[in-house]
Write a protein that binds this ligand. Structure first.
Ligand SMILES: Nc1ncnc2c1ncn2[C@@H]1O[C@H](COP(=O)(O)OP(=O)(O)OP(=O)(O)O)[C@@H](O)[C@H]1O
Ligand SMILES: [Mg+2]
Length: 286
């Protein structure tokens, strides 16, 4: 589990530094599929850099499976469990082939070349870039580069995988395939994914939604609860995607026409909403 206990952070040294993360508490458990959203500058990237130990909190503590990131030795030990892909990770390649780059991470942790090859093969297959493995990373398209950097992160087998807008250049089909395979890893290997996105329609695919607004969590719960509350979107300076607006409108109409009355008798209203929601957006990956 990753735990943030009363964590605050601001860039700069003096006391007048503007707080970017304000007294935040959070728990990320194994196997969770979390979407993290928030307006530009709300602190998402800063927050995950804190979780990774790339930044140190001004106050509060961060624990990764009990290891305290403020302790150098424990931070070093926790590194293996933490994977990160930033939006532009693929621009920092240094190998002459994709396969060489993907092998870089695992070769830091393993000496056995068969094990390294197995990890590289698995990551490349999972992300679906077999045809790119001998290509020069500098010659990849933006989307191909993002897939290659995702393979590089997966090859180190992190327990917690952070993705900071790292799939923005993928077409819809590649993204769907990638997410369903990543969700498969979460389920089968009890790994967690923390996925930052500005494509707000994507949140319906996740089990848990975190919303940051001006450095504070303003929502932590089921995506459908957030989707069904237009006032929450407004309060968080986010625009409700038209797909969700349409769904909410449909629900209102059904309710006012009493079509849902039967269901409401046998179930509580949020329960009915969630079930209908899942039927409507049958894209959710179980
Ligand atoms: N290196 C830095 N030095 C000073 N201020 C910074 C630095 N990096 C980020 N900030 C500031 O911290 C705040 C939060 O930035 P952060 O990058 O965490 O936001 P974000 O939610 O990831 O935004 P976006 O959606 O645009 O990626 C912003 O006001 C930003 O200007
Ligand atoms: Mg960011």
């Amino acid at each position: 589990m990753i735990e943030l206990l009363d964590v605050s952070f601001g860039y700069g040294q003096d006391d007048k530094t503007h707080a970017v993360i304000k007294d935040v508490n959070l728990q990320i458990k194994s196997g969770e599929k979390i979407a993290l959203i928030g307006h530009n500058g709300s602190g998402k990237t800063t927050l995950i850099k804190l979780c990774l130990g790339l930044l140190s909190p001004k106050s509060g503590r961060i624990l990764v499976d009990g290891l305290d990131l403020s302790n150098r030795r424990e931070l070093q030990k926790s590194r293996k469990e933490l994977g990160i892909i930033f939006q532009d990770s693929y621009m920092h390649y240094f190998g002459s082939t994709v396969q060489e780059d993907v092998a870089f991470g695992p070769s830091n942790y393993h000496k056995d070349s068969f094990k390294i090859k197995e990890l590289v093969d698995n990551a490349i297959n999972l992300v679906g870039i077999e045809t790119l493995r001998m290509r020069n990373p500098l010659e990849l398209s933006g989307g191909q580069g993002q897939l290659a950097s995702i393979a590089s992160a997966i090859a180190t087998e992190p327990k917690y995988l952070f993705m900071d807008e790292s799939a923005v250049m993928l077409d819809m089909q590649s993204k769907e395939l990638l997410l369903s395979r990543l969700f498969g890893i979460c389920k089968n290997l009890d790994k967690s994914i923390i996925y930052i996105t500005h494509d707000l329609e994507e949140i319906s695919k996740f089990d848990r939604l975190l919303v940051l607004c001006e450095g504070e969590f303003t929502f932590d719960g089921k995506p459908e609860t957030f989707i069904s509350s237009p006032e929450l979107w407004e309060k968080n300076r986010l625009e409700l995607p038209s797909k969700f607006r349409l769904f909410n409108l449909l629900m209102q109409r059904l309710k006012s026409a009493d079509v849902m009355q039967y269901h409401l008798e046998i179930d509580d209203e949020p329960g009915v909403y969630c079930r209908l929601y899942r039927d409507f957006f049958s894209e959710r990956h179980e």
